[in-house]
Ligand binder design. Structure first.
Ligand SMILES: [Mg+2]
Length: 409
């Protein structure tokens, strides 16, 4: 038999709140929460410390709700730049132990350490070393799940926290995994759990014991995947650092009738292209982790720039704003003949939803709903049924190209 893989899932505990407490140590002694739009008092709770958690404050709760439960709750605004910075630093610690590191949202990573054990000890020993190193270097704690597949490693990191290591071996499936609620399993979200309940499936064990054919019939591909995961048959590999599937990208480029000479003109064209990219992403149920900007000047020299997004997105603004930052960094003002925008490193819905907490979830979902509605109207009434005001002025596009990887249209 093949050697079992050894996979760690490392989860930074109460991440945003912990980072805020680094700059405000006095907040460790009081219940505190990081909230979107604190001033207006109608943001939502993005993260909370242990004391707030004990008072019943939950992530994604509205601020007034949280204050009702815990009147002396300290509200802190988020500092995304710091969360991104610490996240990268922590990953550098992980990188000392393996080159297979796959981020899941900003505060979680899977590590495949199968080949690292000879040098650094067992998976459990490596987990403790990481836990101690991260705490010592940054004052942040992680909980680590150690298992033979990604799904169970993730389950393990949730079982004991903060600052803890949990092992789940294959033999632990019947005793420690199958009794858990089905919703604890990765991939069983708020849409899937009720569907499973309708089938009389409430625990991971019931999911594992169900007929895979029935699950596939009722839930499609997702059903089969869940059945595999519940049985410990997850063979999904941990990605290598910097490795992503170039086929998993979608982009749109266009050549303009007149050269583009100002950032405002470029933006106008990018918005139109990004709408098409985002429609494709919604159709694929994917979010982009990377935005790409393509530029070609009159001399027909192509230039491509890309940036990792602070939060996976499929919103027009989520792509265009960082693309405009890239433009500002790389464009000297030479008139442009063609421009394009792309979404790279596509991730599935569930990743995006989790990372969506990074911003004001409610606002994000509102915008998403709006953009999906626009898709719907356009599908029914034709592409030009709804046009953004900023697009009504554009005389510029002549050809619409799509490409650079998997094509959707
Ligand atoms: Mg976390």
């Amino acid at each position: 038999m093949l050697q079992e893989r050894v996979i760690l899932h490392c989860d930074l505990n109460n991440y945003f709140a912990s980072v805020e407490c680094l700059s405000h140590p006095e907040w460790r002694a009081v219940p505190m929460a990081v909230c979107g739009s604190v001033e207006e008092r109608h943001g939502i709770v993005l993260a909370k410390n242990e004391l707030a958690k004990k008072a019943g404050v939950k992530t994604a709760m509205t601020v007034p709700e949280a204050l009702r439960l815990c009147p002396r709750l300290v509200l802190a605004p988020p500092h995304y730049d710091q969360y991104v910075a610490y996240s990268h630093r922590v990953r550098q610690v992980y990188a000392k132990y393996t080159d297979q590191i796959e981020p899941f949202g900003i505060d979680e990573c899977w590590l495949d350490v199968t080949g690292s054990q000879r040098l650094f000890g067992s998976g459990e020993q490596i987990a403790h070393r990481l836990r101690q190193e991260v705490k010592q270097a940054f004052g942040l704690t992680i909980s680590v799940g150690v298992s033979f597949c990604k799904v169970l490693a993730k389950l393990g990191s949730d079982m004991k926290k903060p600052d803890a290591v949990t092992l789940l071996a294959r033999k632990d499936l019947p005793t420690r995994v199958w009794p858990l609620p089905a919703a604890d399993l990765m991939g069983v979200g708020r849409h899937t759990a009720p569907k499973l309940a309708q089938l009389g499936i409430y625990t991971v064990g019931q999911l594992a014991a169900a007929s895979s054919a029935m699950l596939q019939r009722r839930l499609g591909k997702q059903g089969l995947l869940l059945w595999r995961n519940a049985n410990g048959f997850d063979t999904d590999p941990v990605r290598y650092v910097g490795d992503f599937d170039p086929a998993k990208s979608v982009s749109r480029t266009t050549t303009c009738r007149a050269d583009l000479e100002t950032p405002a003109q470029v933006r106008q064209v990018l918005v139109g292209l990004a709408e098409s990219v985002c429609t494709a992403l919604r159709r694929e149920q994917a979010y982009a982790e990377v935005v790409k900007l393509y530029l070609r000047d009159r001399e027909l020299t192509w230039c491509q720039r890309q940036a990792v997004l602070p939060v996976p997105t499929r919103l027009v603004g989520g792509l265009v704003n960082p693309a405009m930052d890239l433009l500002a960094q790389s464009w000297q003002g030479v008139p442009l003949r063609s421009v394009g925008i792309g979404a790279g490193r596509l991730v599935s819905d569930r990743v995006g939803l989790q990372a969506g907490l990074f911003y004001d979830l409610a606002r994000l979902e509102r915008t998403e709903r709006l953009e999906s509605r626009v898709d719907e109207v356009r599908r029914k009434m034709g592409k030009n049924a709804l046009v953004r005001a900023s697009q009504m002025l554009t005389p510029l596009q002549v050809t619409l190209g799509s490409g650079f990887g998997r094509q959707y249209d």
